[in-house]
Design a protein around this ligand. Structure first.
Ligand code: ATP
Length: 367
């Protein structure tokens, strides 16, 4: 069976006062998918989201939901299909959290806005799904920003939308709630076929949760595809025009810039025993050398980001005499050598590493 595209934009151009900001946006997703917009501050992610929900009029192009043009839909029809969690403040004076959530039912109530028993049960269920049932009677104004984000998610869910749109939904959440929040979205998407369109600044999370990613850059969607297609080596550095530090697309790790200069310490690293120490030396502003590392070792990414010199061996190749000699040369030039105890044990089995540890001992430099 052919899977239907549920959400699609065709030649969508968005901007302000008739001036295009992002042109010719062509993105799409099927039911049950999560599509995330990433890109630098001010790139235009919020502008795209606001244009999709018709809070702003697109300069040209079409947004399709379930094959229908959204600009031909009645407001109420659109509100039943699509719900929104934007960062803009909603007016919530003297409202309990349950009241705020209940405003999500407005597309289903009559013109007097009276909620039926069924509406209230959807409200309560949404609060349970998001894990905020205990705050029902709490004054919305008196909860934290992170708690408000979760209330607004429950409000959007109780609208029972086909497409949920969220602008930086995890920005105020602590690490536990970031994961919980995104897990709820993922569960809803996979179990109920909900489509999710959101912007995220947390690239590591975007890479893990998204089925599709659109990269907003300058006046265009620079890349649109699966995380595997987007997070290729060096791309994030270019997208964000990073001039300091390093982003590792595979792990989502960020490293600061290396302290340049003649290395003072040689770190015998491997199996992840070196990374924390590299970061410590970087904080102390001490230039260092690292080795002998296989280029697929856990420590290699941080070593190549933070050290002045890395003595390395290509993946799955033998450590050769030339690598040992190079490491010894740097050990002679450094005033100290560090090797974690855990690595000293393992290194007994690895000829090259054993050689340089013994050499450092003989030189009186091993810590
Ligand atoms: N009302 C407005 N009128 C004119 N320009 C605007 C307006 N609102 C935003 N902009 C501009 O549009 C550009 C895109 O802003 P937008 O908020 O969409 O970016 P964003 O990618 O969501 O950024 P961030 O990651 O910082 O939240 C910015 O240069 C911003 O200054």
């Amino acid at each position: 069976m052919k899977e239907e595209i549920y959400f699609r934009t065709a030649g969508l151009t968005v901007g302000y006062q008739g001036v295009p900001l992002i042109r010719d946006i062509c993105i799409q997703m099927k039911k049950g998918e999560i599509l995330t917009l990433i890109g630098p501050n001010g790139a235009g992610k919020t502008t795209i989201l606001k244009s999709v929900i018709r809070q702003m009029k697109p300069l040209c192009g079409i947004v399709y939901l379930d094959g229908k043009k959204t600009d031909e839909m009645q407001r109420n029809e659109l509100a039943r299909k699509l719900s929104v969690v934007l960062t803009d403040r909603v007016r919530t004076e003297r409202m309990t959290c349950r009241d705020v959530v209940s405003t999500g039912r407005y597309p289903y109530t009559g013109k007097f806005g009276v909620l039926s028993e069924k509406d209230w049960s959807v409200v309560d269920k949404s609060m349970e799904v998001v894990g905020i049932a205990k705050w029902k009677e709490q004054d919305f104004q008196k909860i934290s920003d992170g708690q408000k984000q979760r209330v607004m998610l429950a409000r959007a869910l109780c609208q029972e939308p086909d497409l949920l749109i969220l602008d930086e939904p995890t920005s105020y959440l602590d690490i536990r709630y970031k994961l919980e929040f995104l897990s709820i979205l993922q569960k809803m998407a996979k179990e109920t076929g909900l489509c999710v369109l959101m912007s995220l600044h947390e690239l590591d999370l975007a890479a893990r949760i998204s089925d599709k990613i659109a990269c907003v850059y300058e006046d265009r969607i620079d890349r649109f595809g699966t995380p595997e297609e987007i997070f290729t080596e060096g791309y994030i550095q270019r997208l964000y025009q990073m001039t300091t530090g390093l982003y590792d697309e595979l792990t989502g790790n960020l490293e600061l810039s290396a302290i340049k200069g003649e290395p003072e310490i040689f770190v015998i690293a491997g199996m992840g025993t070196g990374t924390m120490y590299f970061r410590y030396l970087q904080r102390q502003r001490i230039p260092f050398a690292a080795g002998i590392l296989w280029e697929n070792d856990l420590d290699y990414t941080a070593a190549s980001a933070l050290s002045s010199v890395v003595v390395s061996v290509p993946p799955f190749r033998k450590m050769e005499e030339k690598h040992v000699e190079e490491a010894k040369k740097w050990i002679q030039r450094c005033r100290k050598v560090y090797c974690a105890d855990k690595l000293k044990e393992t290194a007994r089995e690895v000829a090259g590493l054993k050689d340089i540890i013994e050499f450092a001992k003989r030189e009186g430099k091993l810590e």
